[in-house]
Design a protein around this ligand. Structure first.
Ligand code: SAH
Ligand code: SF4
Ligand code: F3S
Length: 433
């Protein structure tokens, strides 16, 4: 059989990993993967609805598929991911050439659909989903993602995820353990445990286990060299977790800890469940336990009600904490969310001005931090050829900084010592020691 599939993924790492599961199912059904829309018999768009921009990108892509389908009426188009879950049948009204719509908790239904069973949507509550192990066709061969918890119960006022990915459910630890064992047997060196809020792992499970216990279990696995995880909710970072991170050498010295805002008033109306003080205390505890830990964050500018003074508090937080890197976004109105009903929405110009202020400030901080690393000798895991400069190999430090260096392709998958020669804005350049 030479049927082919093409997947376009929008959104977060969770979606990228879901696409690996989609590719796994389609490969198991005898399909080969292609980079081109035109060669494909099945196209899957795995969508994201976190901000309007992500949504618009998907709709314009789907619009473009109309002519491709006209020229190739046998082509099957499936829409997956967070917009699929949120919009459901409504997508057919505007885009009748779509064949199948399935949500993030119904990826297993692709196994049935691809065999030719007539099905238009698969969006319903799927209670056993988190206990299923689906085939996965992975993108890399050095680092791998492993889902540990699905959904989110936090209902931050701006966020669609609780509506698109449903209630929080942890995967049984045995399934996670077995997956990591099999990955190390295949030669993977680093795993990233994935969930919207990994720190609340275990709450729904019959066995008594929390995220720190899970980390300890996985840490024992022979051949595994590095462990990362995303995302942590600041409210749920415990002293136990900090001590676990300090004590287990395979856990990388990096934490992504989204702050969103430095103003207590805004944090409260976002429903984040912590104050700036609480947050800063956690950072101080982390830095005391793991002195060289890198911290990254997410920021939203222009959340409803954000005054100049609230914004100044966010700027202060950035200057005080000095993150290693940030992801910053303008607040974007999302369907169904609580923030829509809040008073004092901020105009686009102010949101943009605040965003660019933050990004400029952070550029200076990031570069200063990168400069400090010049001359240091650091351990990196070599991932492959650099995307930005094909001459060089690329790897990451334990603190998640990208290092490019001239090396032998046989080094891919190895852990090496590198001396940093030159700091750049978004990466470091080094030489093998
Ligand atoms: N579960 C993770 C992140 C989820 S989405 C967490 O809780 O941290 C990733 C980031 O997108 C969020 O941290 C937030 O900064 C941003 N985001 C989410 N909804 C948004 C919206 N409506 N407008 C702008 N940014 C948003
Ligand atoms: Fe969204 Fe908040 Fe859940 Fe993160 S914790 S996914 S921001 S609701
Ligand atoms: Fe991820 Fe976007 Fe959904 S960020 S969880 S794919 S809305």
């Amino acid at each position: 059989m030479n049927n082919k599939f093409h997947i376009h993924t929008f959104g977060c790492q969770m979606n990228v990993h879901d696409s690996e599961k989609i590719a796994g199912i389609l490969s198991e059904s005898g399909y080969g993967q292609t980079d081109s829309f035109r060669d494909a018999d099945v196209i899957v768009l795995n969508t994201c609805s976190i901000r309007q921009k992500a949504e618009q990108k998907f709709y314009s892509e789907l619009g473009r598929l109309k002519t491709i389908k006209k020229n190739n009426p046998d082509l099957k188009i499936a829409v997956a991911g967070c917009i699929a879950q949120q919009q459901g049948d409504a997508i057919f009204k505007k885009f009748p050439y779509v064949d199948f719509i399935f949500g993030p908790d119904n990826i297993d239904s692709l196994q049935t659909w691809i065999k030719g069973t007539t099905m238009q949507t698969s969006l319903k509550y799927n209670p056993g989903y988190h206990t299923k192990t689906l085939p996965v066709k992975r993108i890399g061969r050095v680092r791998a993602w492993v889902s540990i918890i699905y959904g989110c119960d936090n209902f931050c006022a701006y966020c669609v995820v609780p509506y698109t990915r449903g209630r929080e459910r942890s995967r049984p630890c045995k399934d996670i353990y077995d997956e990591v064992v099999s990955l190390t047997e295949q030669g993977f060196k680093e795993i990233t445990l994935l969930g919207q809020n990994v720190n609340s792992y275990g709450k729904n499970l019959p066995e008594k286990i929390d995220f720190s216990d899970l980390l300890r279990m996985i840490h024992e696995i022979k051949g595994l060299q590095r462990i990362r995880f995303v995302t942590s909710h600041p409210r749920d970072i415990s002293e136990k977790l900090i001590n676990t991170m300090r004590d287990l050498p395979k856990i990388c010295n990096h934490i992504h800890l989204p702050i969103q805002s430095g103003s207590d008033k805004i944090l409260a109306s976002m429903n984040r469940g912590y104050s700036y003080r609480d947050y800063k205390n956690k950072i101080d505890m982390l830095k005391a336990a793991i002195p060289d830990i890198a911290v990254t964050t997410d920021i939203i500018t222009g959340f409803p009600g954000e005054t100049d003074e609230d914004f100044r508090l966010t700027v202060n937080a950035l200057s005080e904490i000095e993150y290693d890197g940030i992801f910053a976004f303008k607040y974007s109105e999302r369907p169904d969310t609580k923030a829509l009903t809040l008073p004092d929405h901020i105009d686009e110009t102010t949101k943009s001005e605040r965003l660019s202020h933050i990004l400029k400030l952070q550029e200076v901080i990031t570069f200063k931090k990168n400069m400090k690393m010049e001359g240091q000798e650091l351990e990196i895991l070599v991932e492959g050829v650099s995307e930005t400069d094909n001459e060089n190999l690329t790897g990451r430090t334990l603190t998640n900084k990208i290092v490019n260096f001239s090396g032998d392709p046989n080094d891919v998958g190895n852990i090496l010592m590198i001396k940093v020669k030159e700091a750049r804005q978004h990466s470091l350049y080094g030489e093998k020691v």
